[in-house]
Design a protein around this ligand. Structure first.
Ligand code: NAD
Length: 493
């Protein structure tokens, strides 16, 4: 069986303990590769390598312009290796090859964008209120960043952290999900080829408890950049508070897709279907609650049901496939039990609601629609992270807003209407990090992304986010030759 190794200080290595863990191909429901089952000693080695690289002349001593050039080379290498990386991810988590090729074409953009920004972070000279002082600010990197990622889009989620973090001059220890690590290792190897010194980008594979927790607790880690569940995110935030680490948390969602009666209903139906059935619903931004105005309820529901019926399920490597398997066995079991719980709660199935017995034994679940769902129910409140849509009726704009905001989450929301003043009012009223009007699942390296409430802390992407990997220093220079008037009083005047 193929083995992928940790990348520490520029060398591929097995775990110090020599232990391995299998990774599943969810389309065939069989283990296809092994990754190191690492522990504290591997974390220590990787953090030490990242710490040394952070202070080295080959990294700390080079200009931001040179760093930018390295990032752009990394972007070129990712493009050149797009197919190989895409296929690794498809094998490891069942994501569609079509989606992965688009992701891999787009991921370099984060490296080009932040490569361009690397030497444009300017401090300032302050028009200070003390004529005898000259004061300026400079932006400095934080140090070693721990990037911890989920299994659903390992490379995209990593690019959102790595590109701004490296542009800012930090070094990284990456902990990919134990359910999909292969593509991350192949991806990280490209950085040395792009000219990054050994130790700047390290990868340690293993479980959340075996590797993630010791990494979060490590005193030489300056920031945790995390993508995953809200439960793990909250535990990490607590652990990181002990020694005041910086934290960004990209967590889960239960995003409302809100369809008003005046919307272009066909466009809305396509948007709603892509919001919940694309990637088999395994995206943080899944539009898993469909809020539907009563006047178009039955008509729209029949459109969505028709789209669900037509979804082509199959081999994720086949470009014709529209929905692949769920990514791993524990997750497949979780989705099936969420559907069973919903039925027990009395929810009415409008389509699907069953696992699919597929020839390969793959982990497939039917695209599933529940109708007339109570927003207070578990089905409407819990993140399922599968192709399961809860349809909830509403009467008017105020009702839609009330239902949409009645959730612990606040990652994204979709609004479908031709009434632009209403679109603006909804955008203002929705408690959500992103609002899409007449579109869904649109993302860009230029657009800040992140959640409110239990969906997260901080943002990723966009121009300002390079500074979330930096801290500002203020330098005061005394130009006066005379001594301070009274050394026992602070210089406030
Ligand atoms: P998860 O929280 O189980 O695991 C995420 C990562 O954290 C894994 O690498 C895991 O090993 C590690 N981990 C788990 N417990 C840890 C701990 N105590 N300390 C340190 N590391 C720990 O999540 P998952 O099942 O891999 O991913 C699905 C979740 O990710 C969903 O909730 C989804 O919404 C969320 N997600 C969010 C975004 C976003 O950008 N907001 C994007 C993708 C996925």
């Amino acid at each position: 069986m193929q083995r992928f190794e940790n990348l520490i200080d520029g060398k591929l290595r097995p775990a110090a303990s020599g232990k391995w863990m299998p990774s599943l191909d969810p389309y065939r429901n069989e283990n296809w590769c092994e990754i190191p089952d690492s522990d504290q000693s591997d974390v220590n080695a990787a953090v030490a390598a990242a710490r040394t690289a952070f202070g080295s002349s080959q990294w700390a001593g080079i200009s931001a312009t040179a760093r930018g050039a390295m990032l752009r080379r990394a972007g070129d290498l990712i493009s050149a290796n797009a197919e190989r990386l895409a296929e690794l991810e498809v094998r490891d988590n069942g994501k569609l090859i079509n989606e992965m090729l688009v992701q891999l074409k787009t991921i370099p953009q984060w490296f080009y964008y932040y490569g361009g920004l690397a030497d444009k972070v300017e401090g300032g000279v302050l028009p200070i209120d003390k004529s005898d002082h000259f004061v300026f600010t400079t932006w400095e990197p934080l140090g070693v960043i721990a990037a911890i990622t989920a299994w659903n889009s390992p490379l995209l989620l990593l690019a959102w952290k790595l590109a701004p973090g490296l542009a800012a001059g930090n070094t990284f220890v990456i902990k990919p999900s134990e359910y999909a690590s292969a593509s991350t290792i192949a991806f990280a190897e490209l950085f040395e080829e792009a000219g990054f010194p050994a130790g700047v980008v390290n990868v340690v594979c293993g479980t959340g408890q075996g590797v993630g927790a010791p990494l979060v607790a490590h005193p030489d880690v300056a920031k945790i950049a995390f993508t995953g569940s809200d439960a793990a995110g909250k535990a990490i935030n607590k652990a990181a508070a002990g020694d005041l680490k910086h934290v960004t948390l990209e967590l889960g969602g239960k995003s409302p897709n809100i369809v008003f009666e005046d919307a272009d209903l066909d466009a809305a139906a396509a948007g709603v279907a892509s919001g919940i059935f694309a990637a088999a619903g395994q995206t943080c931004i899944a539009g898993s609650r469909l809020l539907l105005q009563r006047s178009v309820y039955d008509l729209f529901l029949s459109k969505i049901r028709e789209l669900a019926e037509g979804v082509k399920i199959g081999d994720p490597l086949d470009p014709e496939t529209q929905m692949g398997p769920l990514a791993n066995l524990p997750h497949y079991q979780k989705v099936i039990s969420c559907i069973a719980d919903a039925k027990k709660e009395g929810a009415v199935v409008a389509f699907g609601g069953e696992p699919i017995k597929y020839a390969t034994g793959g982990l497939f679940v039917q695209p599933t629609i529940f109708r007339d769902v109570d927003n207070a129910s578990q089905l409407a409140q819990r993140e399922i992270f599968g192709p399961v849509l809860a349809v909830i009726p509403f009467d008017d704009e105020a009702d839609a807003l009330r239902i949409a905001n009645n959730s612990n989450y606040g990652l994204a929301a979709g609004v479908w209407t031709k009434d632009m003043p209403r679109a603006f009012r909804m955008s203002k009223g929705l408690q959500s990090g992103t609002v899409w009007i007449n579109t869904y699942r649109a993302l860009s390296f230029m657009a800040p992304f992140g959640g409110v409430k239990d969906s997260g802390l901080g943002r990723e992407s966009g121009q300002d986010m390079i500074k979330s990997y930096m801290q500002v220093k203020t330098t005061w220079i005394n130009n006066a030759s005379e001594r301070p008037a009274n050394p026992f009083i602070m210089r406030l005047n």
